[in-house]
Design a protein around this ligand. Structure first.
Ligand SMILES: C[S@@+](CC[C@H](N)C(=O)[O-])C[C@H]1O[C@@H](n2cnc3c(N)ncnc32)[C@H](O)[C@@H]1O
Length: 361
């Protein structure tokens, strides 16, 4: 980690982010999450169908006069983000239809490389009260690396695991921030008009950073990025110009307890141990002749003393035998075979990890 950044770790820098980003050294940040002003351009009061006032985004920080002004502002902070990102870092920028196309264009012009545009789909989105358009039920996140060549972090296996073993997709269904998660002021009103759900930041930070990485948010607001970064054992740096939000964010982050789990420490991303089925037999983890099954419990074949599988027709490696039964040319047999222990199906793969733990290699 670059020494000069250490004094800013786990703090909130007060003031305009365009000025204050200049405090951050070049190429020192692993991950940026930016939730900039949308410039909503709403006029007058928004009313619910029952006539009650809807508490939307009417804040001064969201007001601009022209597209030119908005673009110049966006260009400045994005340029600073490009400067401070490590070459193998990455940035997430969230926006809605009002601003995301402008931001995407500026980012591409600055040389950022778009990795994904993720749709945050909101099952509990605010209705279109007037019934004049479709209900606007999503926002877009641009996930970008500083260049096409960046070796950015993507914790693929962790996200696949959280998605029930299936490759995770670019449409994320996450409810907007409500209930006890929504921070309130003394009058019981929303403390911040655009507080993002922690689930959204959880996916972002867990999927694209490592433990102890530096995660910077130039529009910190109520501190959602800081709260989740702390929970996941990452460092945060916030920049925010409104003192009232900084006070809220500090109190909020203080309450967070880090969750030091194997998942958050990316245990699933570690390369699997190099152990062969034959070694498992030699050390007594499996017996020669042990019956092997697929995950549904269908019997496939028996294990030979040399660690192959005999299905009565062929004697093949676990990989080739699994590929034969899946009608594929190749397959990773470690994820295919199960054995029975007191009638319970157990993944053969777990024994590789058990072997490494007990044999201290
Ligand atoms: C869309 S909100 C971010 C909300 C945040 N993600 C959360 O979950 O609470 C944008 C925030 O950026 C702040 N902001 C706007 N312009 C800024 C600037 N030039 N420098 C620093 N902060 C700014 C606003 O005060 C506001 O809190």
């Amino acid at each position: 980690m670059i020494k000069e950044i250490e004094k800013y770790l786990n703090t909130i820098i007060v003031g305009d982010c365009i000025t204050n980003l200049s405090l951050i050294p070049d190429k020192s940040v692993d991950l940026i999450f930016a939730d900039p002003p949308y410039w909503m351009q709403t006029e007058g009061e928004l009313l619910r169908t029952n006539g009650a006032k809807f508490d939307g985004v009417q804040d001064n920080w969201d007001k601009f006069n022209t597209y030119k002004e908005y673009d110049e502002f966006s260009q400045k902070w994005l340029k600073e983000c490009k400067r401070i990102l490590k070459p193998n870092g990455s940035i997430w920028v969230i926006g809605a239809f009002q601003n995301i196309y402008r931001l995407g264009c500026i980012m591409q012009n600055l040389g950022f490389w778009i990795l994904n545009d993720v749709v945050w789909s909101k099952p509990n989105a605010v209705p279109n009260f007037g019934g004049t358009r479709y209900q606007n039920s999503h926002e877009t996140l641009l996930w970008c690396s500083p260049s096409q060549k960046s070796q950015y972090t993507f914790n693929y296996k962790t996200m696949k695991h959280l998605n029930g073993g299936k490759q995770d997709k670019s449409v994320w269904e996450i409810g907007i921030c409500i209930g006890s998660e929504r921070l309130k002021d003394e009058d019981g009103k929303k403390a911040h008009s655009t507080q993002k759900p922690e689930k959204l930041l959880y996916k972002i930070i867990l999927s694209t950073s490592k433990p102890n990485d530096v995660v910077l948010d130039p529009f910190f607001g109520s501190g959602t990025t800081g709260a989740v970064a702390k929970k996941l054992g990452r460092n945060y740096i916030g920049l925010e110009m409104e003192q009232k939000y900084i006070d809220i964010a500090k109190k909020r982050i203080e309450r967070v307890k880090p969750e030091n789990t194997d998942l958050h420490n990316l245990a699933l991303e570690v390369k699997p141990p190099r152990v062969s089925p034959k070694q498992l037999i030699q050390r007594g983890y499996l017996k020669d002749g042990k019956k092997l099954y697929n995950k549904k419990g269908d019997f496939i074949g028996t294990l030979t003393s040399s660690g192959y599988v005999d299905d009565g027709k062929d004697v093949l490696s676990i990989h080739k035998m699994s590929a034969k039964y899946l009608n594929l040319s190749n397959n990773n047999g470690w994820n295919y075979f199960f054995y029975k222990n007191s009638n319970d199906l157990k993944p053969m793969n777990d024994l590789r990890y058990e072997y490494i733990k007990q044999n201290n290699r």
